[in-house]
Ligand binder design. Structure first.
Ligand SMILES: O=C(O)CCC(=O)C(=O)O
Ligand SMILES: [Fe+2]
Length: 358
């Protein structure tokens, strides 16, 4: 049956087989459009484990004032060296996290026709479903199925979210709201660790956005030849990732890929480009990617927090002086989106274009 999709009239379901379908069909090899040129392949055998000192941060210890300076120092070091850390005892109940992962699993299990009704390449759409189908202009395809939705304030957006599976809105909604509250606490902590006031960007946060990127990486017969997501950094200020199993990798200061281990109940906190700029390069917005595996489908839910689209972001004046001149020119989300639309998918690092060569 040929069917045009709602938001993208050029896509017909009869001409396209998504990664979920390929995986369900038990394909023994990946179609050639997914196979990366050798230089971009993940070299799965050479991936490192991250620095052993990067133990997860126990957020319940913030209740004990005498432990606070030590934890702030741990966070400062992690943000400086790698640009990420994990948190445990963060207050989001395990049932809320598993509820969101279950809702995502059920959504991606839906027939392709149903998911394609959300297909769109337009970033202004409140809900966007994507598969390799949206990447045709890039010629290289990735082994990922995803749905992105705008999420804050939830009352403004939730009507547009999928109503099948039936529990999607409730379960994804509960997690979305909980992770929004957690991000506010974390932003205060991260700004405090930079020596800026904890309320440094409070007002801007109110005008900013939260987008949930719900990703599914189906099991893949040839994981060495493909990537789920190519190397990139996130443009916002903070990303919080819930992952069902290993697959997220971060590039360290020596350009080595490190896999982020799964820690029970933990969430991964990543610094984004806007924070690297505001910190004048003290904190890293890490380049990261997602690899896939032969065993099982992997789900990740990235809560992407950004300042308003047209908000120009510059190094904090408090962190700039004669010894520390500004290292970045101002950037904005609008400029970032324009950059993405014009550059090759494997070379999209907007932040590099903002660096000032001293
Ligand atoms: O799947 C992951 O762990 C990473 C997702 C990601 O980087 C993103 O959605 O921006
Ligand atoms: Fe990302």
């Amino acid at each position: 049956m040929e069917q045009k999709t709602q938001n993208n009239p050029t896509i017909t379901t009869s001409t396209f087989t998504g990664v979920m379908e390929l995986s369900k069909m038990g394909a023994a090899s990946v179609p050639s459009s997914y196979i990366l040129p050798p230089a971009y392949r993940p070299n799965l055998g050479t991936i490192n484990d991250p620095e052993p000192h990067l133990a997860p941060i126990d957020m319940s210890l913030f209740q004990q004032p005498h432990r606070r300076p030590q934890i702030l120092e741990e966070i400062r070091l992690a943000c400086k060296e790698l640009g990420f850390f994990q948190v445990i005892n963060h207050g989001i109940p395990p049932s809320v996290m598993s509820g969101a992962l279950d809702a995502a699993t059920e959504f991606f299990d839906l027939p392709q026709e149903e998911k394609l009704t959300f297909a769109s390449g337009d970033v202004n759409e409140p809900v966007r479903y994507g598969t390799s189908l949206n990447q045709l202009k890039d010629k290289i395809h990735f082994w990922r199925d995803f749905i992105k939705h705008y999420s804050h304030p939830i009352s403004k957006w939730i009507d547009a979210w999928p109503s099948n599976p039936q529990n999607y809105k409730k379960q994804m909604g509960d997690y979305t709201q909980a992770v929004y509250m957690l991000h506010k606490q974390l932003v205060e902590i991260v700004f405090e660790s930079l020596g800026l006031g904890p309320k440094y960007i409070d007002e801007d946060i109110e005008k900013g956005s939260q987008a949930m990127a719900v990703n599914c990486y189906p099991r893949c017969p040839q994981p060495d030849l493909v990537l789920g997501i190519p190397p990139h950094s996130d443009y916002g200020y903070l990303t919080i990732i819930l992952q069902s199993q290993q697959g997220l990798e971060i590039m360290d200061c020596d350009n080595r890929w490190c896999r982020i281990p799964i820690q029970k109940g933990a969430l991964v906190i990543q610094i984004g480009d806007q924070l690297e700029i505001m910190s004048n390069g003290q904190y890293r917005s890490p380049i990261h990617r997602a690899t896939v595996n032969t065993e099982s489908n992997r789900i990740s839910i990235a809560s992407l927090h950004s300042l308003a689209l047209d908000r120009r972001v510059a190094p904090a004046l408090e962190l700039v002086n004669e010894q520390n001149p500004p290292l970045y020119r101002q950037g904005s989300f609008t400029e970032f989106l324009d950059f993405l639309s014009k550059n090759d998918v494997m070379e999209r690092r907007y932040l590099d274009t903002l660096k000032i060569n001293l």
